[in-house]
Design a protein around this ligand. Structure first.
Ligand code: CA
Ligand code: CA
Length: 876
């Protein structure tokens, strides 16, 4: 039985203060009562509530009092223990210190458990004549939190010695009053038991929509990976010290200095997985997340009533307002904050939390948010980006699925109507086709279209609407959107999608997860075999990059169960089968353009594989080069960027991402840089190789910096390095060496990574003998697959000239199967069988000569790609 009391805290001088809700939960057969205490800042003037302390007093406590679970301390009358950091408590007045105290408070006749006591510091327990004082917001020690390092992460709300909470703030504390005195009551400090329904049942209800429960066997390894996310979550949180009364439940550092505000509805993502698996840690982590999101990040009151139910976008101090806009250049994320960004408001997770555990507070908050989305938000509803109708549809349709309240469906209808109208007015592609904004397209003449992830969200929102209304037009529009995505963003040589429909944007496999539901639905609906195959290839490529980190999992998982569920219904070969074949192909060194460890270090034909950071333009340079015929020109002006450019990363086996360096091996990194001009105050650049594992960058090896005293000269930047044991992938970056302003023009050429033991030269050249330039005889043919040209059948030949050969080897790129039979300068050489899965093979002996050489290769069932003549001693 739950009894909610709505009341008001009264200050010591009798003045009315902030609102509160007290919820008592009594369970049959449990000799303990759960008390949820929610503080609600309903004062909208002034902007911030200033609170000295707020305590719950338990009277009638006599006898010795202890606090803690594994480690306990005794408290006598007149003493207080204050958990003042996540790593430290102090007993007053003695000053004795310790680390982390659990909120188990015991005396001879009873027990109170304050859950997440140390995690939500400051927290205190004091004993005096009145009894026991539980400091949910204990009076703060003078000056203790003022001027502290990392104030904007940990202490922004307590730095003045008072608690400062913005208008509309809420916070719930969970206490258990245990009158039994039994040993079992002490376990209330830990994760409580949870109830779960069989996944097949949850899926059958449709409340969470399809969850890929029936199709589970098609996705080997998925459940294990998700379990790993839940298991690793506590460790990640601990490493980042994501604790404190205002912080607990959230993750930090969305853009270095701000809290993530649970972007993409991480609680929803974890509850979907809990529903699929019944794995309790997923429920516990989701509960912590959703309590924070529903309280701290949601505006429960506002001076403008149309803002009630909005949520703060990832901001400094969650709600922003603690710092001026120029603070660390965080602009609106520092102040005044932003709460009506419709790509950053969620309630699916809160509704699910209610449906899974009966938590009325989650239900009420979810409705508060959904009432805004289906109410004031729909007045004159219009939008500029696809994610706005996308997330708003997901929000109100999630509410409709949870409540069956037609008010939410009506809100969805208004949004769908507008989305349709804007799509029709802009070319009838199923979405609002528009000029891309900076960041989504930085070309001189901006491209039109949309970002892939935004269309993904719109497709999911529309699908949720279609599932409940059957409006065929909406399904047809999803098909159009999916086809547009494949047409403008699919990169068949990477088997992944570009970031946006601008052809200059980066290719990455991670957007596949969020796109999956819409793409698979469209392929099914249109019975479109090509769309189905692209979807299958995209998922197979992305599969090895399934998220391992809980904090970043929201983006990948927010619609993935529904995506997998839809995907599992596609006709055709099984996913596991298709994925095994594709993964072999993806791992083949034959996909690399050169028999080298840096995929395009000499820039001979293009600048593929390199991405510019904001404010930087890259161009292929053909006149001013360090060697050969090409280099990379870079013009950049900006600030707040660690690097001018990076090579591809976070892909799934993209041939331009460095995934092949061997842990424990030593290498020499060399590059040639010419700084043409650098503005006053721009630091000297250097190059670094980042060392990464599944969770991201951990360390880097950095070259010497460029000598700006010798501006306009080609200079060698180099470092000898050993690859750490954890290293599974890398990228190269040209460092700005500042987070401040930079402005420079540079040329980059001849980047090489060579095993240290064989590194001799400062520059390596890669002479390419292209398939298209080969002389064909005896029925030889050229064919192109996934943008890669191959020679088959007959005999192919090239002539090429070299200055004085010195240690050059001739490498053939062979696909799997058959053998190549080479002749060099008229001499027959031993036949070369193609490696399994394809790869680069060197001619057994390369009797190359200065001047003209002739190479011919008979293709005995083999497929031959590019031939490269190089002095690079690496065996790829
Ligand atoms: Ca937050
Ligand atoms: Ca070059």
């Amino acid at each position: 039985m739950v009894v909610a009391r709505r009341c008001r805290f009264v200050a010591a001088d009798g003045s009315r203060s902030v609102a509160a809700v007290l919820r008592t939960h009594d369970f049959a057969g449990v000799p303990a009562t759960r008390l949820d205490v929610t503080l609600l800042n309903d004062q909208t003037k002034p902007e911030f509530l200033r609170l000295r302390s707020l305590e719950a007093v338990v009277d009638g406590v006599t006898g010795p009092v202890t606090v803690g679970l594994n480690q306990t301390i005794g408290l006598a009358a007149g003493q207080r223990v204050l958990q003042r950091e996540d790593f430290e408590y102090v007993v007053e007045p003695s000053g004795a210190k310790g680390k982390r105290l659990d909120g188990v408070v015991e005396w001879p006749a009873g027990r109170v458990v304050v859950r997440n006591f140390w995690e939500q510091y400051p927290a205190a327990v004091a004993v005096d004549q009145a009894g026991l004082r539980l400091g949910l917001y204990p009076a703060l020690p003078d000056g203790f939190y003022a001027g502290r390092k990392d104030e904007d992460k940990f202490y922004f709300h307590v730095r003045t010695g008072l608690y400062e909470f913005r208008q509309g703030f809420a916070k719930t504390h969970e206490l258990w009053l245990d009158r039994s005195g039994s040993e079992a009551g002490r376990s209330l400090a830990g994760d409580p038991p949870t109830a779960s329904a069989p996944p097949e049942y949850v899926e059958a209800t449709g409340a969470f929509r399809g969850l890929a429960v029936a199709g589970r066997a098609q996705f080997p390894g998925f459940d294990e990976r998700i379990k790993g996310i839940a298991d690793g979550y506590l460790k990640e949180r601990d490493q980042a010290r994501e604790y404190g009364v205002m912080n607990f439940g959230d993750w930090y550092g969305e853009r270095t200095w701000n809290w993530g505000n649970l972007e993409y509805d991480l609680g929803h993502a974890l509850l979907d997985q809990y529903a699929r698996s019944g794995y309790a840690p997923l429920y516990h982590r989701a509960t912590e997340i959703l309590r924070h999101q529903g309280d701290v990040d949601t505006r429960h009151y506002a001076d403008d009533p149309r803002r009630i139910g909005q949520q703060w976008i990832h901001s400094v101090g969650h709600t922003a307002g603690y710092y001026p806009p120029d603070y660390k250049d965080m602009k609106i994320y520092a102040s005044p904050g932003w709460s009506d960004n419709r790509g950053h408001i969620w309630s699916q997770g809160l509704f699910q939390h209610y449906l899974m555990g009966g938590d009325r507070r989650s239900f009420e908050t979810a409705r508060l948010i959904a009432d805004w989305a289906a109410g004031p938000q729909t007045t004159n509803f219009t939008f500029g980006l696809a994610r706005e109708p996308g997330w708003m549809l997901i929000l109100v349709m999630g509410a409709y699925n949870a409540t069956e309240d037609p008010y939410y469906l009506n809100g969805a209808k208004l949004m769908v109507r507008k989305a349709r109208e804007l799509a029709e007015a802009s070319g009838n592609r199923g979405f609002l086709y528009h000029k891309l904004y900076p960041g989504h397209c930085d070309c001189d003449v901006p491209h039109s279209g949309e970002a892939g992830f935004m269309l993904a969200v719109q497709m999911t929102g529309m699908k949720m609407y279609y599932e409940r209304t059957g409006e065929e037009q909406v399904a047809e529009d999803i098909v159009k959107i999916a086809r547009f995505i494949v047409e403008t963003m699919w990169e068949p040589d990477s088997l992944a999608f570009r970031y946006t429909s601008c052809p200059q944007t980066s290719v990455g496999a991670s957007s596949t997860y969020i796109l999956l539901e819409g793409l698979a639905f469209a392929a099914l609906r249109a019975n479109d075999a090509r769309l189905a195959e692209v979807t299958r290839e995209a998922l197979a490529t992305a599969w090895s990059g399934l998220p391992a980190s809980g904090k970043s999992a929201g983006y990948a998982l927010c619609a993935l169960p529904q995506g997998l569920d839809t995907f599992s219904r596609l006709p055709g070969p099984s996913f596991a089968e298709r994925q095994a074949v594709l993964q072999e192909w993806l791992r083949s060194p034959a996909r690399r353009g050169l028999p080298a460890l840096v995929p395009n270090g000499d820039f001979e034909t293009d600048a593929q594989g390199y991405y510019a950071r904001g404010g930087v333009q890259l161009a292929h340079e053909t006149s001013d080069v360090h060697s050969g015929r090409g280099a990379l020109r870079l013009v950049g002006k900006g600030s707040g960027q660690n690097e001018y450019l990076v090579t591809r990363y976070d892909t799934s086996n993209d041939p331009y991402e460095l995934t092949w360096l061997k842990a424990g091996e030593s290498y020499r990194l060399t590059a040639w840089l010419k700084v043409i001009r650098a503005a006053e105050g721009t630091p000297a650049p250097s190059i670094r190789l980042t060392h990464r594992d599944g969770r991201g960058s951990r360390d880097a090896s950095t070259t010497n910096t460029y000598d700006l005293n010798r501006l306009g000269t080609w200079q060698k930047l180099s470092v000898d390095l050993k690859v750490p044991d954890y290293n599974t992938r890398n990228y190269l970056a040209l460092n700005t060496n500042t987070r401040g302003a930079f402005e420079a023009e540079m040329l980059l050429d001849d980047i090489s990574l060579v095993p240290l033991a064989v590194a001799t030269a400062d520059t390596y050249h890669y002479l390419r003998l292209e398939p298209a330039a080969a002389a064909l005889a005896g029925g030889a043919r050229l064919l192109t697959e996934r943008k890669t040209p191959w020679l088959i059948d007959g005999t192919v030949s090239w002539t090429f000239s070299l200055p004085a050969p010195a240690g050059e080897r001739v490498w053939l790129k062979l696909d799997e199967g058959g053998r190549a039979v080479p002749r060099l300068n008229g001499r027959a050489l031993a036949a070369l069988p193609a490696p399994a899965n394809g790869g680069w093979v060197a001619l057994p002996e390369a009797a190359l000569r200065a001047g003209e050489n002739e190479l011919s290769i008979a293709l005995d069932g083999a497929r031959l790609g590019r031939v490269v003549v190089t002095n690079d001693p690496t065996t790829p």
